[in-house]
Design a binder for this molecule. Sequence first.
Ligand code: ANZ
Length: 805
Amino acid sequence: MRYDFSAIEKKWQAAWQDKGTFRTEDVHDMPKYYVLDMFPYPSGSGLHVGHLEGYTASDIIARYKRSCGFNVLHPMGWDAFGLPAEQYAIKTGTHPKTTTENNIRSFRETLQAMGFSYDWSREINTTDPAYFKWTQWIFLRLYDMGLAYMSDVDVNWCPELKTVLANEEVDEKIADGYTVVRRPLRQWVLKITAYAERLLSDLDQLDWPENVKQMQRNWIGRSEGVEIDFELRCHGKNLRVYTTRPDTLFGATYLVVSPEHPLAEKLATADNLKEVKAYIGGAKLKTELERTGLQKEKTGVFTGSYAINPATGEPLPIWISDFVLTSYGTGAIMSVPAHDSRDWEFAKKFNLPIIEVIKSPHDVSEAVFEGKESVPVNSSNSEISIDGLAFREAFDRMASWLESRGAGKRTVNYRLRDWIFSRQRYWGEPIPVKHYEDGTLRTETSLPLTLPEVEAYQPSETGESPLATIHDWLYGTDEHGAFRRETNTMPQWAGSCWYYLRFIDPLNSEKLIDPKKEQYWMNVDLYIGGAEHAVLHLLYARFWHKVLFDLGVVTTREPFRKLFNQGMILGEDNEKMSKSRGNVIPADHVLHTYGADAVRLYEMFLGPLEQVKPWNTNGIEGISRFLGKVWRLVYPDAEGAMAELSDEAMPEKLLRRMHKTIRKVAEDTESLKFNTAISEMMVFVNELQRSGCRSKVAVETLLQLLSPYAPHIAEELWQTLGHANSISRMPFPAYDPALATDTVVEIAVQVNGKLRGTFSAPAGTEKNIILDQARSLESVVKFLEGKTIVREITVPDKLVNFAVK
Ligand code: ANZ
């Protein structure tokens, strides 16, 4: 029998499907394990080998956990709203629904051809009205809770895509060559900032890669500072700034407000008004990056006004500059050019005074520096002095002094902004609200609110979505009067904010999720996906989850207990796979050539899962040879019949190897070190082959270990060996700890028959290693010095004798 992977794989995929082998029971008395992939956007270009990496990893875990006695939930679905389908519709007129259906079909085929053990009866699609009914339902709860609101916001507008982008999306789009400008638009915004503190502090309880947690911390950007009021010299009012360094107040020599600051234009004196207006106008046209990029040359304009530094009583000139962000802190800063590089550049350019108020050890007497890196100097007046204090003390004393004079207050600031949630697109979840003529707003009473058919998918220049042109859908009358529907849709992130919950109860039409099922299945025990989602998706999903927690829909504070980021697979040229480079390796191609088991094993054997690594076609040939060897353990030659396997006892060495292999494969699989688990199986196969032993137990054990990795060949040979039940439901082999650990033996070392020393080594250690160790033993070295070894005699695991002259 030849190893015909293609026939075998098809046969077993069909059998698993027919028998419902991987159907998951809803609730069970077995312990549960929920292993989830970041579900894909079904794009037109299909899956490539990189996509399969994470899915293979999660499938190995799913299969492994089943064999360890867990009730495993391992589902798959489609994150199918999004721009590409809509852009394709604009180009070709094909309805995004059609494009999406076709793409899903081809994605599903590829995933099924990989033999992934998904419970396909739970498949979900975010564009299915039965699914997005609940996305809309969550939106309405957010609205009820005051967490969804409309606001005239300065949005990130992309003129090419004619849509608003979230702050989180801006960098990516600019990198892709799009322009992003600021523009005021009335938008739906979600108050993610209300959850900033919980999103930050709950990170500590998660088993996530530290770098991902750190990225979220940075994105949330909590800082402790002080808001300080500077009295305006002419207006009698205050200008409030936010600083994290109140200890540098004595060094503040000018103030800067952002061009959008409400006082910016009002501060301009008659002489400066024209210039100020021109500057404010110019800032509007710039992109975020042009304004705040660190390398950009600073620009600014003097307002002509002054405000008083509360510490020094000095009047400070007030400038306007676009490096100050409108939406952070108070939109105004005190500049300390001696100690802040942006302030320094600005002061140099516009010739503003620079006063040093912080010194480091080599400038000042050592005495004041005990335990401090730098200290304030020149920082005292008749009421307060912070000279020589450590940072924390200086901060506190200055903050308290300002508070006592009513000139400041301690505040916590977050870099996180509210989430701009509406998109001017067709292919998204409609936002289910109605606007009435009297300016009031009501939510839809019946969900889902579905998308109407449209002729043209091009968004309008006014910033409205194509939905604004469908009058039948747009206008209506109900008991509250005439209304116009909201034309914005939700962003592509909405559907993926809660999909992991729907897999638990995909067909529930009454509730988002049955509480009993939720309690049994949540949290997701292991979430596998790419590192590119470190902030966006993972932050949004955590936010919605916390809202659902507050609503009592879920009982866990966090959705994903453990997160694992697989490393990217690069093209053979060591570059990121991309159409334009032409280095993409399509999944279907390798699947066809080598088969699913080889692709699965190879992708896991490429290197540590978390590492970025290039594809190498030669490598996969080696894996195919390994599978061939496994096949020949049962079918030794292509023409002949099956091997005759028996109850024959394994030689001790092989037995020990088998137990060691079970242990190593179990431990490495558990910790997602799949590459080393595979090499261990390879060593075992080699030894088994070399030993000539015909033990059925040995072969069956190997098949069970291999089954999560290469399930088709394992299933086929398992059946050949006479088993009626699927190997995927067999318990994972157990090892005998005594056999799985190396026994240690004592080796005696003789020189010319006289005992000169002993040492210990693992039983079965190779002869060469034993000889090396014997020769270098301290008590032996002196008897060998200056002599020639004429013969080396070894008794395995017992003795070495050097005959010398
Ligand atoms: C004086 C100062 C002196 C500052 C110094 C820094 C160093 P984080 O830590 O990120 O919260 N800042 C405040 N609001 C700003 C805005 N809207 N746009 C641009 N910059 C702004 O940053 C807080 C610091 O960033 C604040 O502390 C302020 O500069 C600046 F040696 O005030 B600092």
